[in-house]
Design a protein around this ligand. Structure first.
Ligand code: NOS
Ligand code: ZN
Length: 371
């Protein structure tokens, strides 16, 4: 007989459980101490604090604004110190190391190459420096007993006009470390259809992309991302809840778009803490992830921006376990969902699920036997 209490994971088990993150921004995940170091090395003088702890708190508080636009302003400082190859390589290596130390076994980490050209780098130099950093981080993680694979997603900024160029860049590097494409930035006023040519190019190339949609803006953005642009996944997509009606007696009615998203198994890259900060959702308890999971949407759990949200994959799961009484079974379900939705080839995804994720959870679930 399985008991709920036995399977409720401890914080330590949550950390050791194999996890998969599909939505994590490279420029949103720096160690505060690294921001301080890089600012000093590169003569970046606009940091609000020179002390790492104070700076870390500043990022969390400034991002806690209730508005996506204000949340995004804080990225000026991380992007500001990521303008050389050395800086990009260091940030990427530390990103892979930090994720691995947190128990992440597979990660897709995104960033916008067009934001890292202020120091004279070319788009190619940016991509190659970040890739080199990821490889170095994977190696260092392995030396410390952690296994992780990191793929890059190249993001184009939705207010800008370089998306086709970035999509072409992603396509050129598809066999060397770049697994897909994304658009990000302020959502209201910048519909995904502005970038149709980029998405159509990637579809013709049989390549993969996700689109930030349904975070700060609702259903029309999700509808465009899927039905006009052909997104493989939705970055956030949390506002799909607006197309779901729950009656007083608990009966649930899905609108046409929500039904389509569920029927087609379109992955939702949900980022609970980030949603609380940008005001998309009021509290963990009110987060649609609870209902979306019950309704069997293809839900995944993600960090979005570890620095600005003061979070990790483990912390996201700790909040969910506490709020929704999730067990290792649900953690495994979210993790398998994420691995199924990754942009790497099918055989590799299946091997990750069968040979890494399932054995990892089986071993954790057996621990109570040996207490
Ligand atoms: O949650 C988000 N919604 C929309 N855009 C975001 C979010 N988090 C980060 N970025 C934007 O993506 C860029 C590339 O990584 C970041 O510089 C930031 O402007
Ligand atoms: Zn994001």
């Amino acid at each position: 007989m399985k008991s709920q209490t036995i399977h409720t994971p401890t914080a330590d088990q949550i950390r050791r459980a194999p996890k998969v993150v599909l939505h994590d921004h490279l420029d949103g995940g720096l160690r505060p101490g690294t921001v301080v170091d890089l600012a000093r090395e590169n003569g970046y003088r606009a940091l609000p604090h020179g002390d790492a702890d104070k700076l870390g708190s500043w990022f969390r508080e400034a991002a806690d604004s209730g508005s996506l636009e204000r949340y995004l302003e804080t990225f000026a400082h991380t992007v500001g110190v990521m303008q050389t190859e050395d800086a990009l390589r260091r940030v990427a290596a530390e990103c892979a190391e930090d994720l691995a130390a947190d128990g992440v076994v597979y990660a897709e980490v995104r960033y916008a190459p067009e934001q890292h050209l202020e120091g004279g780098l070319t788009l190619e130099q940016v991509v190659e420096a970040v890739n080199a950093g990821f490889r170095e981080g994977e190696r260092r993680a392995k030396e410390n007993g952690h296994r992780i694979r990191v793929g890059a997603l190249l993001t184009a900024m939705r207010h800008a006009a370089r998306s086709l160029e970035i999509a072409e860049l992603a396509n050129r590097y598809r066999d060397s470390g770049v697994v897909g494409f994304d658009i990000a930035g302020a959502e209201a006023g910048y519909p995904p259809t502005r970038h149709l040519d980029a998405f159509e190019f990637l579809k013709r190339e049989n390549n993969h992309f996700t689109i930030h949609a349904g975070e700060a803006f609702g259903l029309p953005s999700i509808w465009q991302a899927i039905q006009w642009c052909g997104a493989d996944r939705l970055g956030h997509g949390v506002r799909i809840i607006d197309d779901i009606e729950v009656a007083d007696d608990g009966t649930v009615k899905l609108g046409r778009l929500a039904a389509y998203v569920r029927d087609k198994r379109i992955p939702l890259e949900l980022c609970p803490t980030s949603n609380l900060q940008t005001g998309a959702v009021g509290s963990y308890a009110d987060h649609p992830i609870g209902l979306l999971r019950k309704l069997h949407f293809r839900v995944t759990v993600n960090t979005d921006n570890r620095l600005m949200s003061g979070t990790t994959m483990s912390r996201e799961f700790e909040h969910l376990v506490e709020t929704f009484d999730y067990t290792l079974d649900e953690m495994q379900w979210f993790t398998v969902n994420a691995m199924k939705s990754a942009f790497i080839p099918f055989d590799e995804r299946v091997a990750m699920i069968d040979d890494v994720i399932k054995p990892g959870y089986a071993s954790l679930k057996a621990e109570w036997l040996f207490r």
